[in-house]
Design a protein around this ligand. Structure first.
Ligand SMILES: C[S@@+](CC[C@H](N)C(=O)[O-])C[C@H]1O[C@@H](n2cnc3c(N)ncnc32)[C@H](O)[C@@H]1O
Length: 449
């Protein structure tokens, strides 16, 4: 690759379209050690946010563009200024709404799923219940409240929340009605107990830090879609990675890599799992190496310790082409616009999850994906909504429940919506998919029997 005067890649090399897949160099590595908080060298007047300055510093010091994955990771989880780090982004006042925030029934149904799995696991007396990216903690609150009558189940639970945001961690602590005990555990950590069902709760920065050796149930709702993706585009010289660079006027822009990048290894791996015709008709491909690696860790844990994982997210059961989106205050905005002020997310490639699980262990089975509507329907959400509506004291409460039910399992725009037209809710029933990974010895999990 060559650099132009502004230090950005410009070379366009003609070549065999498939070349970059077969000639990738898996040994390329990037030394980021000097990039933690590089000093700002430019003297241009700027009202850039801390995060924008940070991203520009990385690009300048690197002497070239960064991958979309690195951009996404910084934008979402930069420890100082990432989108998730310092604020509550959920609900009507926030940027987007997730299923647990739509209705209590979502967490309750996931609780039914977890309890049935626990039965199949042989009712172990100690279980790690792990939630990846718990947001406000609403799903776990509803799960525990719904399951609190089933003492054998709740008494077995040790909750482990994997969360990168200190702000959301505090919110989870509050919503789960956690109390910090005065005494500390043998590891020196403070013991925290949720008063909802008397269950111990611990927080971790990554799934790998959750203690192993105990049967484990894992829930990942809208977590995979926040993992950084790499984008590739078909060019005359083959598959090129889409990168983020700075223009002369200092705005961010997309460029294409002139040569194979380290992520090309994962592109080649993903394409091997697909049929040739599927790849041939695509001009863009997104891959998520972190999703592949996380699935491998989850599968190995389930294989060795027993248990299962439930992954619910929006996505496809096949290669994802071009899905990265930015959402601010419930509206789509350009991906490079004011980074750190909008959520970035991408469709989850469920087929890649299935293959990653299969490659990680022979001792796990993967079921689905099925639609969220099928998943919640099979677990009895119809009966649950009827019972709740019967117990409502006001018509308003009943309407809210019905609207929440429709939003979770419905498809398209709400049929009974009477609010402003630009705010008409879209059902999540078929756009969201559910997949389950379980230890083979436990048989077929619900709702796949
Ligand atoms: C889209 S939100 C989903 C929240 C919640 N599951 C829900 O459905 O309401 C993503 C969650 O994952 C957390 N998160 C995102 N990336 C993470 C990472 N790399 N490590 C740990 N937590 C992460 C966010 O802080 C947030 O809690």
């Amino acid at each position: 690759p060559s650099l132009n005067s502004s230090g950005t890649f410009v070379e366009h090399v003609a070549g065999n379209p498939n070349e970059s897949l077969s000639t990738s160099n898996p040994t390329i590595s990037i030394d980021r050690s000097g990039l933690c908080n590089p000093p700002e060298h430019s003297h241009e007047p700027t009202s850039d946010s801390e995060l924008v300055k940070h991203l520009k510093s990385i690009i300048k010091f690197r002497g070239g563009p960064i991958s979309v994955a690195e951009y996404m990771e910084e934008v979402l989880t930069n420890p100082k200024a990432g989108f998730y780090i310092n604020r509550d982004v959920f609900g009507a006042e926030g940027d987007f709404v997730t299923s647990p925030e739509v209705s209590q029934m979502f967490g309750e149904m996931v609780g039914v799923w977890a309890m049935c799995l626990w039965e199949q696991m042989g009712r172990p007396s100690k279980v790690n219940l792990v939630e990846l990216g718990p947001g406000r903690g609403t799903l776990m609150v509803d799960l525990l409240r719904g399951a609190s009558k089933f003492k054998n189940f709740t008494e077995s639970l040790h909750i482990h929340l994997v969360e990168c945001s200190p702000t959301l961690k505090e919110l989870q602590h509050r919503n789960l009605k956690c109390l910090d005990a005065d005494d500390t555990s043998s590891s020196g950590e403070k013991k925290t107990v949720s008063q909802i069902a008397g269950t111990p709760v611990a927080w971790h920065a990554a799934f790998e830090q959750v203690p192993s050796g105990v049967p484990t149930i894992i829930i990942a709702h809208e977590f995979y879609d926040a993992l950084p993706i790499h984008q590739f585009q078909r060019a005359s010289r083959g598959w090129c990675e889409k990168m983020v660079d700075i223009e002369e006027d200092s705005a961010f822009r997309f460029v294409l890599s002139p040569a194979p990048t380290p992520a090309t290894v994962f592109l080649a791996k993903r394409c091997k799992w697909a049929v040739k015709e599927e790849v041939d008709k695509l001009n863009q491909i997104e891959i998520c190496p972190q999703a592949m690696e996380l699935t491998e860790s989850i599968s190995k844990r389930i294989s060795s310790d027993g248990g299962g994982a439930l992954i619910i997210d929006y996505g496809l059961n096949g290669i994802v082409s071009d899905s990265l989106q930015a959402i601010r205050k419930h509206k789509f905005v350009p991906i490079l616009d004011e980074p750190g002020t909008a959520d970035l997310s991408a469709y989850v490639d469920f087929e890649a999850i299935r293959h990653s699980a299969g490659e990680a262990s022979d001792n796990v089975s993967v079921y689905g994906p099925i639609t969220q509507s099928q998943f919640l329907g099979s677990l009895g959400i119809n009966f649950r909504v009827e019972t709740l509506i019967q117990n409502c004291e006001t018509d308003e409460q009943a309407e809210l429940l019905q609207a929440g039910y429709w939003r979770l399992v419905g498809e398209g725009e709400a049929p009974f919506w009477e609010g402003p037209e630009d705010k008409v809710p879209i059902g999540m029933g078929t756009r969201y998919l559910a997949m389950v990974i379980v230890n083979k010895n436990q048989g077929i999990p619900i709702p796949f029997q």
